[in-house]
Design a protein around this ligand. Sequence first.
Ligand code: URA
Length: 255
Amino acid sequence: MESGLDFHTARVLLEWQIELGATEAIGDVPVDRYALPETTPKPKKPVAAPETHTKPASMDPVAVAKQAAKSASSLPELRAAMDAFDLCDLKRGARQLVFADGTPGARVMIIGEAPGRDEDREGKPFVGRAGQLLDKMLAAISLSRAENVYITNVLPWRPPQNRDPKPEEIGMMKPFLDRHVALAKPDVLVVMGNISCQAVLGKRGITRLRGKWDQALDLPVLPMFHPAYLLRQPQMKRQAWADLLELKARLRERG
Ligand code: URA
């Protein structure tokens, strides 16, 4: 290789750039900008912002979301309404909407945080490493997406560089989440991690909240550690196991 990099080093560097958000290669050779002649950029004429990116000041995103969510009377309609919602800036940085996966109408509905890189690519929630762990956790209590679990996220678009969602982003997508729960009609909700606890229960502090049943949207809600956290802190899997058994017991109790 001309650059002197071996294949593996070049690949790692490329993956790192993709992780930083690079989506396109614009040249075959790197440009050494220090070697370019210095030029003073001419001031450009101000260009009017394109129509699609301007939000009239009077437009309240939460009110628009509420109206759009309310008018959806099925899960496919809700998906279409979310896809058409243009007031959340996250949409512009994401490849696609990540709506849900699993079995609509299942007794258990899991609510995660937001899509990551893999989910953004595939258009389904929890398909990366955290998702694989989640599937194993569910299988341990005889649950699976294919049969009896429905999964979604608080946010349907990947935040740039996987940053934490902002309160205003959560607030404007919450009417869609509420409607999603109402249309999916689960028996119980499982909220994974602090962001989902905040969105659904209005509370943070997952270490304190986990494993204790709470109530929201007229349903029992079980907060649990997020599987991504369990990948980083495997010693916490013990508590996660206790929470899974709690979920299993509740499902049995309610037939
Ligand atoms: N983490 C989440 O909270 N949701 C996903 O879909 C993937 C990772």
